[in-house]
Write a protein that binds this ligand. Structure first.
Ligand code: GLN
Length: 477
């Protein structure tokens, strides 16, 4: 088997039999043969082969392991465009903290991956560079917004990837592409150098072929960073130590509000079967109530656009990227640059956010949404008094067809109904493959944990993964 098909864990165990430069070489060959159909990458770093030799000798934990990077994470002197025309030509003057850490660990930065513009979306169709296609069925979307990262892992064009998750953008594409995705606890991973969407919700996290790889990658990127004031100064455990096949006595909460109308019957069956497997392994399930779940989507679509409208104010043609030619005056420069630079969904979010923050509406929308956000968090606090983790489907459906929801934003927003609550509550949540529907499309299981208890997520996901075969199946590309 060519090394691009391996996980990082497998490569690290086989190090003596493998030439590390072959791993990167086989990833680049794979990109050359399949990325014309998948379009996971917006830029491939072809010079990275040269890098392999020099990092090899340093012997970092990820030495010689290719990682693809979502295009909203800054890499020094490289284009970082967030899938938007407005950042056309923008080269970051510095490395994001996670990139510094990856470089320090010897990882090979393989290239930048496609995403919904500014991470607004669930289908990876709103990028200025065009859509990414699902490796399991190229007539379908890969999920979003980290669709490029998830597709690059699922198509074995890379070994691992980084994504970002504001309302589900790591877990939902991971689920739809049949790979593992983790949104860490808010504050666990530094956001320094992540181009902000909604600062109180955003987290960077791993998208990988196995649970073990997610633990390996989190080990590298987690930790306190004084440059991110919301990063938390807590010791980072060795997450690979939690990879035990053991869920005996564990109490799994099943929220009744999540198994309702709108949930695809095949997705539901796969999740119920998965719970059966965990029970056979010794876990107990208990029904819980997350009573304010029905408000999560409304709360998110007030808070996230509000924060986004403020964060996106800086893109005005003066400091970053695209600038309209020959404006008549400064106001024209702002107006024309922003009208031409942002796509439809970005404009929709800016308008929504500006509206809910404006005087007279602030109390009715933004402030109220903040209060309901607290209630949603409290539901989880209560639930965690009687259970150790919560299990739900990651996405209500499998991958849908390209174009199917593009003109129906409300339908598109529903794709994140199960992932958004964890962002609103700041909790860690992981998606692991748990089955396929009749058409052979992947289904994901979401495990939500207590703050800073990623270890438990890894243990549950690892137990499940090692008791099933779903992660071994590859798309027919
Ligand atoms: N799909 C959600 C949105 O459109 C979540 C996106 C994300 O997590 N970045 O906002």
């Amino acid at each position: 088997m060519k090394p691009n098909y391996l996980s990082a864990g497998e490569i690290l165990k086989n190090k003596h039999n493998l030439l590390l430069s072959d791993v990167t070489k086989s990833c680049i060959e794979r990109i050359d043969s399949v990325d014309k159909d998948i379009k996971a990458f917006v830029r491939v770093n072809r010079d990275c082969l040269k890098q392999v030799g020099s990092t090899d000798s340093k012997g970092g934990i990820l030495s010689g392991i290719p990682v693809s990077i979502k295009d909203n994470i800054c890499v020094k002197d490289e284009l970082t465009t967030c899938g938007s025309k407005i950042l056309e030509g923008f080269k970051s003057p510095y490395d994001a903290t996670v990139i510094e850490k990856l470089k320090g660990a010897g990882a090979v930065l393989l290239g930048k991956t496609n995403m919904d513009e500014f991470a607004f979306g669930s289908s990876c169709e709103t990028s200025y560079y065009g859509p990414t296609y699902n490796p399991w069925d190229t007539s379908r979307i890969p999920g979003g917004s980290s669709g490029g990262s998830a597709a690059s892992v699922a198509a074995d064009e890379t070994i691992m990837a980084l994504g970002s998750d504001t309302g589900g953008s790591i877990r939902q594409p991971a689920s739809l592409c049949g790979v593992v995705g983790l949104k860490p606890t808010y504050g666990r991973v530094s956001r320094y150098g992540l181009i902000a969407f909604a600062s109180s919700l955003d987290q960077i996290g791993p998208i990988t072929k196995s649970v073990e790889d997610a633990a390996i990658l989190l080990n590298v990127i987690a930790g306190y960073d004084e440059r991110d004031s919301t990063s938390v100064n807590m010791e980072v455990p060795d997450y690979t130590k939690s990879l035990a096949k053991d869920v005996k006595g564990l109490k799994i909460g099943i929220p009744k509000e999540y198994f309702v109308e709108g949930l695809d019957s095949e997705v539901k069956k796969a999740v119920v079967d998965a719970l059966g497997i965990l029970k056979d392994m010794g876990a107990d399930t208990i029904e819980i109530s997350l009573a304010h779940t029905e408000y999560a989507l409304s709360v998110y679509y007030i808070l996230a656009p509000a924060e986004a409208s403020s964060n996106l104010a800086r893109f005005d043609g003066v400091q970053y990227g695209f600038r309209v030619k020959d404006p008549e005056n400064l106001i024209e420069l702002y107006k024309k640059t922003r009208s031409m630079g942002f796509g439809r969904e970005a404009k929709r979010r800016i308008i929504l956010g500006t509206y809910s923050l404006s005087s007279g509406y602030y109390d009715a929308y933004y402030l109220k949404a903040l209060k309901v956000r607290t209630l949603i968090k409290k539901d989880f606090d209560e639930a965690f008094k009687i259970c150790d983790c919560v299990i739900t489907p990651t996405s209500p459906t499998c991958a849908f067809k390209l174009g199917e929801k593009l003109n129906n934003p409300l339908d598109m927003y529903l794709s994140d109904i199960f992932t958004i609550p964890a962002n609103l509550a700041g909790l860690p949540a992981l998606s692991v493959p748990c089955g396929f529907n009749r058409e052979g499309l992947p289904i994901g299981l979401q495990i939500i944990g207590k703050p800073f208890n990623e270890e438990l997520l890894f243990r549950v996901a690892y137990t499940f993964e090692q008791s099933t075969e779903f992660h071994k199946k590859k798309p027919n590309l």
